[in-house]
Design a binder for this molecule. Structure first.
Ligand code: GMT
Length: 384
């Protein structure tokens, strides 16, 4: 199988799209492909040195006539330069704006032999795609890409209806690296946060309004009235101060931990009993998958692609957005019934390993690359 030269662009500092892009790049490098990250800073999950991974920093040129330095143009120029110098086969850009537009410009500069794959991650469509000022641009970005993928069927449907897109969009779900996300024994760490008879509920996000983090506190307050429990909040963002006030107002300060941003997410998740994901919008919900792989069921809303990830009544529960009472009931139903909880836990591990594992999803992306470059697809090698 020919080893490819792949350029990857993503938001390097935070967010699920950056995590997926970076993890994918690392896995492709393990498969022997040469991977070139072209971003404005080193992707935060890149971690260890690998001989097939290269990094090209996009420097934004400022000049006194610019009111705003044009990042998208600097990116387009860098993409074209790297593609030419390194003889890249393709650019795989994550998040439509501005990355797919910059890639389109780079392709115009380099020539049609450079293929562009765009992966839609969610808010590039569900929020920016609704804005008149961006709509036509995103439509162009999608239509000009050689291949477009999206991380859930719901996101494909929404893209087609919001932007009236006819182009085929391929479904490739988010994935987890099962060598990192798996059930771990961590009694010692757990005992630092909760007594043996207490349950741990957890929420991890960027605390933006779409995450409905005040609902997380509501759910916890209802659960905490019935069973001894703690809430661990991981991450930071604009709604954090409101959450802190609400926790205080409800007299829950002794039972809620504000952990801030954490690096070793797999370790943190492993001490949780339940993950909460009551989002208003969520194209997939990577954190729900990370929890699933660690054997932790998620209770969430039925927004976007969440029901495609969480099998209601098997690996967690979903309820209508904002129905915190029902979400709390689901938590109690699981946390008070050990046999049911254990069955959910096993179902989580099985589903994450079989449906969303790194080998399977990486190969789906590789096959898309081979197809667009008119090469033979890779045969299935992952364990089902
Ligand atoms: O969830 C976020 O706010 C971050 C956001 C991003 O753009 O990085 O995540 C989006 O992409 C992830 C990876 O594909 C998905 O798992 C998240 O569901 C999606 N977030 C939203 O749709 C709100």
């Amino acid at each position: 199988m020919k080893q490819l030269k792949i350029g990857i662009t993503c938001y390097p500092r935070l967010g699920g799209s950056g995590v997926v892009a970076t993890e994918l790049g690392k896995l492709l490098a393990e498969q022997g492909h040469q991977v070139h990250f072209i971003t404005y800073s080193l992707p935060f999950r890149l971690g260890k040195f690998h001989k097939n991974i290269f990094y090209h920093e996009v420097e934004v040129r400022d000049y006194h006539v610019f009111k705003h330095p044009p990042y998208d143009l600097s990116l387009a120029n860098k993409l074209a330069q790297v593609a030419t110098m390194q003889k890249l086969d393709l650019l795989h850009v994550h998040y439509a704006l501005p990355h797919a537009i910059s890639a389109f410009l780079a392709k115009e500069m380099v020539g049609d032999q450079l293929k562009v794959i765009t992966t839609l991650h969610g808010t590039d469509i569900t929020i920016l795609g609704q804005e008149e000022s961006f709509k036509d641009l995103i439509q162009l970005a999608i239509n000009k890409s050689d291949v477009v993928t999206a991380v859930s069927q719901d996101l494909i449907n929404e893209t087609k209806s919001v932007l009236s897109i006819e182009k085929e969009i391929e479904l490739i779900y988010n994935f987890v690296d099962k060598r990192i996300y798996n059930p771990r024994q961590c009694e010692h760490l757990r005992s630092e946060f909760a007594q043996p008879d207490e349950k741990i509920l957890m929420h991890i996000s960027n605390f933006r309004p779409v995450k409905r983090t005040l609902d997380v506190v509501d759910i916890f307050a209802k659960v905490n009235k019935k069973i001894k429990s703690k809430l661990m909040l991981v991450g930071e963002g604009p709604d954090l101060p409101k959450v802190q006030c609400k926790v205080q107002e409800l007299g829950l300060s002794d039972d809620v931990y504000f952990m801030g941003k954490q690096d070793d997410v797999a370790q943190v998740i492993s001490i949780a009993d339940v993950m909460l994901l009551p989002s208003e919008k969520e194209s997939f919900g990577l954190v729900g998958l990370e929890a699933m792989a660690c054997g932790v069921p998620t209770i969430g809303s039925n927004a976007g692609g969440i029901p495609e990830l969480i099998k209601h009544g098997e690996t967690g529960y979903v309820a209508p957005i904002g129905e915190t009472g029902l979400m709390a009931e689901y938590c109690l139903e699981l946390l008070q019934n050990k046999a049911r909880y254990d069955a959910f836990r096993q179902a989580c591990i099985h589903r994450a390993t079989h449906e969303f594992c790194n080998n399977k999803i990486t190969q789906q992306y590789e096959n898309i690359y081979y197809k667009v470059l008119e090469m033979e697809p890779k045969i299935e090698v992952y364990n089902r």
